[in-house]
Design a protein around this ligand. Structure first.
Ligand code: ANZ
Ligand code: ZN
Length: 824
């Protein structure tokens, strides 16, 4: 071992060692408990950033810790490699997305290796590799067969800059989540996955995932958005059919004074009378140009237009004018709303604006609302009025009763509605997984036969940035023959949303080389579920919901009998510098490379783990980094200085410990317990590291260092420091471990074992009472006899004052707790 700490030498040496020995290769072991640790895989954007360093350092501590605790750990890494940036880069550099992507992967792999993360690199996968996406195509075909994949014309979010469709989840504040361009609405034929078939189960299991942050579960529940209510039919006057509405407030039915339809409602035009036609079509055009998110925003101006037709309230026969309204969406519920202006705020604003009648049907207790005097809708519960036989009931109960009544009378039925929409997966992009479908003039839409898979993404596309999807212009790809009739046919040129790849990569990691299908069932079921998943909160809905859905689909296709992919989820905070998230646009990024060069990977790891608990934001501090580096140097120096003494240390004999030795050993074992608990239960790495730092301080202050009698306990202490630091700063720890003369690497070392006896406090604090009243406290040796404790209590200065002049009649000792002196 060298006298000074040279991170570069140490890190290179141990990285090579781990690689040569395949130290982190994971294989099924019969008698070991498995542990699947996974961090969200990165997009190969070019280089890793501090967010990656933090995310992967957190994961690596857990992986190494669990390994030291004797679990059979699998810790894979790979690349979420399809997606738009590659295509944009290709346009910019007149290159190819594949070249850009694979070069980035090579570079970033090198960076991750330099960080010393304990990945099983034999499991590495890139989703743009045909050996990965071919299986996704097969899954697609099977979903198609089961009706879980289908094509429909739908109004989609369209980013004019990216020239592609965006899922609702990819629209942020009305803008594209990648490029910030304002999103438009467009009618397109789209492939979709029927995630709504799984809505109920996805929701149900949010109550069976105790290892997930409540915040994420709540976001998923809201996204799924289950509402219970009724569908009710309203007959249109003059036998013009009927309109079905969905309501969660059937208790307000008697107060419905008008009807609001989505402008896209299929009956909208047929209900429009001649004199209203011009106004109605103008309104329809206007709404078409507004995106869905704006339309549903609370503060968006409510607007509408009268169709000229009326329908009838089924319970009281009231004539209700039928309007089209901009805030009614076509793809929620039935696209029609029974409007109750007195009890719904949007309807209230709408009715005021167009002078529509209002009637109160729910009163707050002890108050009489008057429509003319109301300044806003009354949306709370209350007592039913103007509602016939339901008057006087509480609105809560009326909700049930009216639902029952509607069903009995055949006027409506109870239903459940979800906010969740099917997942549109078509993207008009080249750098994605080709959807394996062929269009034939004669046979229609024909799935590519499984035996003809994979549909390989052709390499000879050109990237100009103009005119939409480059794949559609590769004639050799588009032109094909129909698998049914053999005539000329065309291939689908849409590719899949890249969220499809990330929806099952964690399953494929279990068997990355399996050549007979997407999953080797036995292996997948051995490793799954992921015991600990770690990633950013920004994936709370999209990725984490899709991955759950896909896991269930693969289960139902018979691939892997697993209900949920991720048992425990940790969402780490952001890396902040100068008050803002580190980002290129803010110009406040710290490049991990520079950090590694200056201090080494171990310091980078240590700082990012020490500066904040994982789920909190981490405030970057150059002094903090420096402090971490200095700490490592201190430990190094300490170990180096103790080497001569330690090399001749006898084996530890607890019986013959000196007083200082005992005290040191107590701190060692208390530290072992704290670090173990902090890592295991709460991932509080910062407090774990702080505890090791304190132990190091104690060791530096440990005076009788050179006394051979203390060598064994010193050795135990120093080894504990190294072992406890191993998950955090693995290269550093390996080097010191070897320096101490260990022949086997730390990979084979176990986690230090906590000895409860050693941690027992040497002294006890005993409460002293006189005649049942608290009078003082005395400190005694933990092993003191009852008589010694009683004596100490009686000898205490304060107690002596209290009992002065009295006769002590009896002294009672409750061991470890209190002494009661009876005196008079
Ligand atoms: C009458 C009513 C009275 C309503 C009242 C609310 C309050 P959630 O909870 O989100 O499911 N609604 C139904 N379909 C709609 C659509 N396509 N576009 C816009 N709004 C729609 O909300 C259900 C409520 O949202 C329904 O209950 C309906 O308005 C409205 F005092 O019906 B309600
Ligand atoms: Zn055909």
């Amino acid at each position: 071992m060298e006298e000074k700490y040279f991170p570069e030498r140490v890190e290179e040496k141990w990285q090579q060692f781990w690689e040569r020995n395949k130290s982190f290769k994971a294989e099924k072991v019969a008698d070991k408990e498995k542990y699947y640790l996974l961090e969200m895989f990165p997009y190969p954007s070019g280089r890793i950033h501090m967010g990656h360093v933090r995310n992967y350092s957190i994961g690596d501590v857990i992986a190494r810790f669990k390994r030291m605790k004797g679990l059979n750990v699998v810790h894979p890494m790979g690349w979420d490699a399809f997606g738009m940036p590659a295509e944009n880069a290709a346009i910019q550099h007149k290159s190819h997305p594949a070249k850009w992507t694979y070069e980035n992967i090579d570079y970033m792999r090198g960076q991750l290796k330099k960080m010393g993360f304990s990945y099983d690199w034999d499991r590495e996968l890139a989703t743009c590799n045909v050996e990965y996406y071919r299986w996704e195509q097969l899954i697609f075909l099977q979903m198609l067969e089961k009706g879980l994949a289908y094509k429909k014309v739908s109004s989609v979010n369209w980013c004019p800059k990216c020239e592609t469709v965006l899922a609702n989840e990819q629209v942020e504040d009305g803008c594209c989540w990648r490029c910030d361009t304002v999103v438009e609405q467009k009618e397109l034929e789209q492939w979709s996955f029927r995630i709504t078939d799984y809505a109920e189960e996805l929701l149900e299991y949010t109550h069976k995932l105790p290892g997930w942050p409540e915040r994420v579960l709540t976001m998923q529940r809201n996204w799924i958005g289950r509402s219970t209510g009724c569908e009710i039919d309203f007959a249109v006057e003059n036998d013009k059919g009927s309109i079905k509405v969905f309501t969660t407030r059937q208790d307000t039915l008697f107060g419905a004074t008008f009807m609001s339809l989505a402008p896209e409602h299929p009956m909208a035009l047929q209900l429009t009378t001649a004199e209203n036609r011009a106004a109605v079509t103008a309104f329809m055009d206007k709404v078409k140009k507004t995106d869905r998110i704006k339309r549903t925003a609370e503060d968006f101006e409510k607007e509408g237009v009268f169709t000229g037709s009326y329908c009838l309230n089924p319970v009281n026969g009231r004539r209700m004018p039928i309007y089209l309204a901009n805030f009614v969406l076509t793809d929620y519920g039935t696209g029609a709303v029974m409007a109750v202006p007195t009890h719904d705020q949007r309807d209230f604003e709408f009715a005021r604006k167009y002078g529509i009648a209002m009637e109160v049907v729910i009163q707050p207790e002890g108050e009489a609302l008057k429509p003319t005097a109301m300044t806003e809708a009354y949306t709370a519960e209350g007592i039913m009025v103007n509602s016939g036989r339901f008057d006087g009931l509480s609105s809560n109960i009326a909700k049930e009763r009216i639902a029952d009544f509607l069903e009995q009378e055949g006027l409506g039925k109870k239903t459940v509605n979800f906010r969740l929409r099917d997942w549109g997966i078509s993207r008009q992009r080249y750098w994605g997984n080709p959807i394996p479908v062929i269009y034939c003039d004669q046979c229609g839409t024909v799935p590519v036969p499984a035996k003809d898979l994979p549909v390989v993404l052709p390499m000879d596309a050109t990237f100009t940035g103009e005119g939409g999807n480059p794949l559609a212009k590769v004639e050799s790809f588009v032109k094909t023959t129909c698998p049914i009739c053999g005539k000329d046919a065309r291939r689908e040129t849409d590719t899949m949303d890249t969220f499809v790849e990330s929806s099952w990569y964690f399953l494929r990691y279990c068997c990355p080389d399996f050549a007979d299908g997407p999953l080797d069932k036995e292996k997948a079921e051995y490793w799954m579920s992921v015991d600990q998943y770690i990633g950013g909160i920004e994936h709370a809905v999209m990725h984490l919901l899709y991955a759950r859905f896909f896991t269930k689909v693969l289960r139902d296709l018979g691939y892997c009998n697993i209900d949920e992919p991720f048992t425990n989820l940790l969402t780490q905070g952001m890396v902040i510098k100068d008050g803002a998230k580190m980002s290129k646009s803010k110009g406040n990024v710290v490049d991990p490379n520079a950090l590694i060069e200056k201090y080494g990977a171990d310091t980078a790891r240590l700082f990012s783990l020490f500066a904040a608990p994982p789920e909190k934001d981490l405030d970057w501090s150059d002094q903090g980094v420096d402090g971490s580096f200095r700490f490592l140097n201190r430990v190094w120096k300490l170990v180096y200085e103790c080497l001569p003494l330690l090399s001749s240390a006898a084996s530890l004999d607890i019986e013959s410990l000196t007083g200082e030795g005992k005290a040191l050993r107590r701190q060692v074992h208390k530290t072992i317990r704290k670090v173990t608990d902090d890592i295991e239960d709460r991932f509080h790495f910062n407090t774990a590291i702080a505890a090791v730092m304190e132990l190091v301080n104690a060791l530096q202050a440990f005076e009788p260092k050179n006394l051979p009698a203390n060598a064994p306990v010193l050795k135990e202490a120093i080894e504990a420091v190294i072992l406890l630091l191993a998950p955090f700063v693995p290269h550093f720890a390996e080097e010191l471990w070897e320096g101490l003369g260990h022949e086997k690497s730390l990979i084979e070392a176990g986690w230090p074992v906590f000895d409860p006896a050693a941690a027992v406090d040497e002294e006890l604090l005993v409460v002293v009472q006189v005649n049942g009243k608290l009078r003082g406290k005395v400190t005694v040796a933990a092993g003191a006899s009852d008589e010694e404790v009683k004596g100490a209590a009686l000898a205490d200065d304060r107690i002596r004052q209290v009992i002065e002049g009295m006769t002590v009649k009896k002294v009672v000792y409750v061991p470890g707790k209190l002494v009661n002196i009876v005196a008079g």
